[in-house]
Design a protein around this ligand. Structure first.
Ligand code: G6P
Length: 486
């Protein structure tokens, strides 16, 4: 379909469900823009001039849809599309939002991506009741295809001749194959931010769907994963289901923490204020076990609380002397199972406080309102950081805490987090299901000699920042270039 091609289109394109900016309609009708954080956003800042780069994402809120309608982030009715992304140049540079019909998006995002693919990749289904791939799943799958096609078509329209396109994550697995058909001239990469399940688990998906996912991704020149473990699992799935990788190359890029940004941001006035407030909440002279998570089922927050309770039982000497500071920020609240999990976290925290608490000591300080400055304050305060996911693509909290920590912090880390591959040697490693073992690890962490704790934190910080976001992104682009026949 050479007719969609443009010589003036973008040179580097990123595609992801959630974009780098979101909009809100203000009372006076104006739109306010909020820039997101995260590795991908800072990584992209490395590619330079916005005029040559474009981020294609979904409109996720009413404000986003209004921004599309007004032609700020793509072509709305008032700004008819032009070749090479003309519709976006008037407003937000370098972003095009796709206003995908709400029901199609809900099926693709809540139904397929977050209720099926997320569970498969994290190996989170609980048999015997789940999963059930029924007619409703098939109906949602058709929406997932429609949603992926909308991205492929927008990218085909926006990309300049021979441009590099990097597609992100499990929401968009079909895009590389679809885009390859529309624009064979493009260099296409796909990056998975999640784990990848080995074939015996991945093959829970119906065969035809599993094959579509793999073939869709294998439409890319190059597939990126966060760790060797996830890359190998993908290779094994491809070998079993579709006869191997074909011409597609695999790369491992372990996204690291952004040291410069974090060190500067964590000493700004709002973080200092929150640190003072947290210190007051914890109480003078007490040790802290800190965790910061989005409340995703994979994060294992409830078992973390149970391990803390076990610590108080096994080592009563810690009562009154330690506080578990747990930040559990709500995520994906459209899904009942996430809402129930959020409620369970709150219930267990309250129970611990009512059973063990004393007039002067609240054993668990739980906060659920997302506040990045307060998260950084908690990192600075932490004596121990608990990162115990059942499974995680990487887990950036494990990498951020040692960078920000004021006085050194012991990392208790699940062996199922991608970060374990890089940080395992200097962390205290746990099996995330083993509550008694995790309690013992917390005790060990709290009693580690100060010098040992400082030395470990230093080594952890070095390992955690080995591949900063900008370099992580550039490495992928260079690898895409290198894969081209000259
Ligand atoms: C986690 C995963 C990413 C994923 C993101 C989507 O952070 O590690 O792989 O892209 O969730 O989050 P959202 O809030 O957009 O569903």
């Amino acid at each position: 379909m050479a007719s969609t091609q443009s010589d003036q289109g973008a040179r580097v394109l990123v595609a992801s469900n959630r974009g780098p900016v979101s909009y809100e309609v203000q009372e006076n009708g104006s739109l306010s823009a909020k820039r997101g954080g995260g590795g991908l956003v800072s990584g992209l800042s490395a590619i330079g001039s916005d005029a040559d780069s474009l981020w294609v994402c979904s409109a996720l809120s009413d404000g986003d849809r209004e921004a599309v309608r007004r032609g700020i982030v793509g072509a709305g009715p008032e700004a008819p599309p032009q070749r090479g992304g003309g519709g976006r140049r008037e407003g937000e540079q370098g972003v095009r939002m796709l206003d995908i019909p709400a029901d199609v998006h809900a099926d693709a995002y809540n139904g397929i991506a977050n209720s099926a693919l997320w569970f498969v990749h994290h190996m989170l289904y609980q048999t015997p009741l789940e999963p059930v791939f029924d007619a409703e799943f098939r109906r949602q799958w058709a929406s997932y295809e429609t949603y992926n096609r909308a991205f492929a078509e927008a990218l085909a329209e926006e990309a300049g001749q021979g441009a590099a396109v990097v597609v992100q994550d499990y929401h968009l697995t079909l895009v590389p194959g679809m885009l390859r058909e529309l624009r064979p001239d493009l260099r296409i990469g796909h990056f998975s931010h999640t784990p990848w399940a080995p074939p015996e688990y991945f093959r829970m998906l119906p065969d035809d769907i599993a094959e579509q996912v793999l073939r869709g991704m294998l439409g890319a020149d190059r597939l990126g994963f966060l760790t060797r473990r996830w890359a190998s699992a993908f290779e094994a799935c491809a070998a079993q289901l579709v006869g191997g990788l074909g011409d597609t190359r695999i790369g491992v890029h372990g996204l690291g923490a952004d040291a410069d940004f974090l060190r500067k941001r964590s000493h700004e006035a709002d973080v200092d204020e929150r640190l003072a407030a947290l210190r007051a909440e914890v109480g003078e002279g007490r040790r802290t076990i800190v965790r910061v998570d989005r409340t995703e089922l994979s994060k294992n927050i409830v078992r973390g609380l149970l391990a803390y309770r076990q610590l108080l039982d096994d080592h009563p000497e810690w009562r009154e002397r330690v506080v578990h500071v747990a930040f559990a920020y709500p995520s994906r609240q459209d899904l009942a199972v996430y809402r129930e999990y959020t409620a369970e976290v709150q219930r267990v925290a309250e129970e611990i406080n009512s059973v063990y608490g004393t007039p002067g000591w609240t054993p668990v300080v739980l906060h659920v309102k997302d506040d990045f400055a307060r998260s950084l304050a908690a990192y600075r305060l932490a004596d121990v950081a608990l990162v115990n996911p059942i499974r995680d693509g990487m887990n950036l909290v494990a990498k951020e805490v040692p960078v920000v920590s004021d006085e050194g912090c012991v990392l208790v880390l699940s062996r199922e987090a991608g970060a374990y591959e890089e940080l395992g040697e200097d962390a205290i490693v746990v099996n995330p299901y083993d509550v008694v073992g995790t309690a013992a690890a917390l005790h060990e962490a709290l009693t580690l000699p100060v010098e040992e704790r400082a030395a470990r934190t230093k080594r952890l910080a070095a390992a955690a920042t080995a591949l900063p976001p900008a370099q992580w992104f550039l490495d992928q682009l260079h690898a895409l270039d290198a894969d081209q026949p000259s």
